[in-house]
Design a protein around this ligand. Structure first.
Ligand code: NAD
Length: 403
């Protein structure tokens, strides 16, 4: 049995995609430590997860580039990728670059359309079924050439605008939209997810683009017995919120207001500076607090594009709360994180867990992966601590981690 796992990334050459490929190959070659990779913690050892060095990367992209160049740009702008590491991986990166194919940008909105510089991406601009056929052929070709038994497709593409109108609720409704070539309620992420399921792959949506796991696509994944999970990786300010908000609950301190303000400057920030693309991000960041605390409160999430910051995202949060004798107090924190450095190891963890689910023949939402998401599918629990314990309990329940 081939124990290698195919990891097919949508948005393959973006900040996260590049950091993931460089990071995984650098760990595999012993050039860097595995800090940040939760699946390498001792409690997960009995799962016998696929090795980091056994991940084979490929994917779809709408911009022409390649991994060494993309890594070099990151090195120059944020310094998060070391040049020596990059140079030591030249051959590995060239191999991965050769596995990147032109994606589809059908009905993706102006902000993403502005990124497209690969004419091959435009070929299926007018036919949804053609776009799916092409995506499926690329994934199938990847599987065949690399001799891969299992493939996980992970959406790392730019955040899409919400669709106008309702997302398709049933597979039949979605099929009808595709047959009618009606793109008005379809986004590219839906075509990728549809193709992934039809090719027998697990699917992860790391982005806030909720269309990717709309009800119709979840039903498709369930009916085909394939595992999936999303939406929107929990990497920065929301991660801190979901760890900190429970403290107020445990001490019965009443949170009155929680103001959050984020500034970021990379390509993601540029896309999010478009109001339509921002809406889905703010929604998934905003839902966490009321759910953890159990009452409505004044919250605000601001996100502004500050180009000079690049990937070094900064968030400032101000928490106004009431204590004993109704005395009002406040707390503030500043979070300065490198976005892709926070995100890439989460993707690494999740593809390994998805392979575990595929190996066990488990289909449907991988609720055990809730701690990785801002808006976890089919999970109402947002408290990070409870989510993490639920994840380790899940592995105890399936009998692979001794009590
Ligand atoms: P990025 O802009 O660097 O990368 C996105 C890539 O997707 C780009 O290379 C772009 O060309 C490509 N792309 C866009 N539309 C595409 C399509 N239809 N098909 C194929 N490729 C397409 O962004 P990033 O910083 O790598 O973040 C990726 C996604 O992850 C974004 O949606 C972001 O909001 C989400 N996210 C990021 C973080 C984090 O960085 N910490 C946390 C949660 C969610």
């Amino acid at each position: 049995m081939n124990k290698r796992l195919g990891v097919w990334m949508v948005g393959a050459l973006g900040g996260i995609g590049t950091t993931l490929v460089v990071g995984a190959r650098a760990i595999a070659r012993g050039l860097v430590s595995d800090t940040g990779v939760t699946t390498n913690r001792p409690e997960f050892e009995p799962l016998n997860l696929v090795g980091v060095g056994d991940l084979v990367f490929g994917g779809h992209e709408v911009r022409r580039s390649e991994y060494w160049e993309s890594g070099y740009q990151i090195h120059k702008r944020s310094g998060s990728i070391d040049l020596e590491v990059l140079n030591a991986l030249k051959d590995d990166l060239a191999e991965a670059s050769a596995r990147v194919r032109p994606g589809t940008a059908v009905h993706c909105g102006d902000a993403i359309d502005g990124l497209v510089n690969d004419e091959a991406v435009r070929v299926d601009a007018h036919d949804l079924r053609d776009a799916i056929t092409r995506i499926r052929a690329d994934v199938a070709d990847f599987r065949r050439r690399e001799g891969l038994e299992r493939v996980v497709v992970v959406n790392l593409a730019s955040t899409e605008p919400d669709v106008e109108g309702e997302l398709p609720g049933t597979v039949a409704e979605l099929e009808a939209l595709l047959d009618a070539n009606d793109a008005s309620r379809v986004r590219p992420s839906m075509l990728y997810a549809y193709a992934a399921f039809r090719e027998g792959c697990a699917f992860l949506n790391f982005t806030p683009s909720s269309a990717a796991l709309c009800p119709a696509l979840r039903r498709l994944g369930e009916s085909l017995g394939l595992p999936f999970m999303g939406n929107d990786g929990k990497t920065g300010e929301t991660l801190v919120k979901s760890a900190l908000a429970p403290m107020f609950k445990y001490r019965n301190l009443r949170v009155l207001s929680w103001q959050g303000y984020n500034i970021l400057g990379d390509r993601d920030g540029q896309v999010l500076s478009h109001r339509d693309n921002l809406a889905s991000k703010v929604r998934s960041k905003d839902a966490v607090l009321a759910s953890i605390l159990g009452y409505p409160l004044h919250t605000h999430v601001g996100i502004d594009f500050v180009e000079s910051l690049d990937d070094l995202k900064t968030a400032w949060d101000f928490i106004h709360f009431r204590g004993f004798l109704d005395h009002k107090m406040s707390m503030q924190f500043t979070w300065q994180g490198c976005d892709a450095i926070l995100a890439a190891p989460l993707v690494l963890d999740m593809v390994r867990f998805a392979e575990f689910a595929l190996r066990r023949g488990e289909g449907g939402a991988m609720r055990q992966l809730a701690p990785y998401f801002k808006s976890p599918v089919d999970v109402d629990e947002h408290d990070l601590h409870r989510q993490f314990h639920a994840m380790t309990d899940y592995f105890k329940d399936v009998g692979v981690v001794p009590h």
